[in-house]
Design a protein around this ligand. Structure first.
Ligand code: MN
Length: 253
């Protein structure tokens, strides 16, 4: 099987290297990733400027492609014919931070997998729930789990319009309690606007604040990680609020 590996942290990110190495057990791996960090860039389609692609190498010498486009652009480039391979799977990560609840709408890691789904190719996003303060992360276990998930998707496929959002707790294997299939939980964002003034007297703004938390509810992605489980959430691109359909129709009468 031909596998495309991408991410949103940039082609030099250690999580991408770990994922690339793990995926070799499943098939032929091609790496096409952004040339810089696009974390929290959402689902992007670059239309107002040209996209460049350059050959590069990962830290282990693996040939890779780097683009100045977003993660979703990288997937689109690969699937629209930049590369001759017929990809059977797109996998994105390993992101150094969890992508839970509403994070999936911000996440470049997840939206890369969404782009795969739009093109009709199974997509998987993999993230590691690392502690807020950390040094070099160990991606070994997350990469093993990514491989297990990818093996199952390769075997069974995914329904059209769906992708898998995988989040791995940052625990030693001995403390990992297993895999839980979850729904999206609720993130609690603690964003704050930081207004400053530049040396020329003009205001500028940072969207800052504290690290988001989440509602620890059983059956959710956040709840699974809290309990020491790998969280696998099947996501769909159909965002329709089906519960509202009938009610909303009535209100126009
Ligand atoms: Mn990222």
């Amino acid at each position: 099987m031909q596998i495309l590996v991408t991410n949103d942290d940039g082609v030099a990110a250690p999580g991408l290297l770990a994922l690339t190495q793990a995926m070799r057990a499943l098939g032929d791996v091609t790496v096409l990733a952004p040339d810089h960090n696009w974390s929290a860039s959402g689902h992007v389609k670059t239309m107002e400027r040209p996209l460049r692609v350059n050959e590069t190498r990962l830290a282990d010498g693996t040939k890779a492609y780097a683009s100045d486009g977003a993660p979703s652009d990288c997937v689109a480039l690969a699937l629209l014919g930049l590369l001759p391979q017929k990809f059977g799977l797109i996998i994105s990560g390993i992101n150094p931070n969890a992508n839970l609840g509403h994070d999936v709408t911000y996440s470049g890691t997840v939206t890369a997998a969404m782009e795969a789904v739009i093109a009709g190719v199974p997509g998987i996003a993999v993230s590691l729930d690392s502690p807020p303060e950390h040094g070099l992360l160990d991606y070994t276990l997350a990469a093993e789990i990514a491989l297990r998930v990818a093996q199952r998707v390769a075997r069974e496929g995914l329904p059209a319009g769906t992708l898998l959002n995988v989040n791995v707790p940052y625990l030693p294997a001995s403390e990992m309690r297993g895999v839980m299939v979850t729904r999206q939980g609720l993130r609690v964002y603690r964003d704050a606007l930081d207004r400053r003034v530049d040396p020329r007297g003009k205001p500028y703004y940072w969207i800052g604040g504290e690290v988001p938390t989440g509602v620890d509810e059983a059956g959710t992605d956040f709840g699974a990680l809290k309990a020491g489980y790998v969280s696998i959430t099947p996501l769909q691109l159909d965002l329709t609020a089906f519960d509202m359909l009938e009610k909303l129709k009535g209100e126009w009468k």
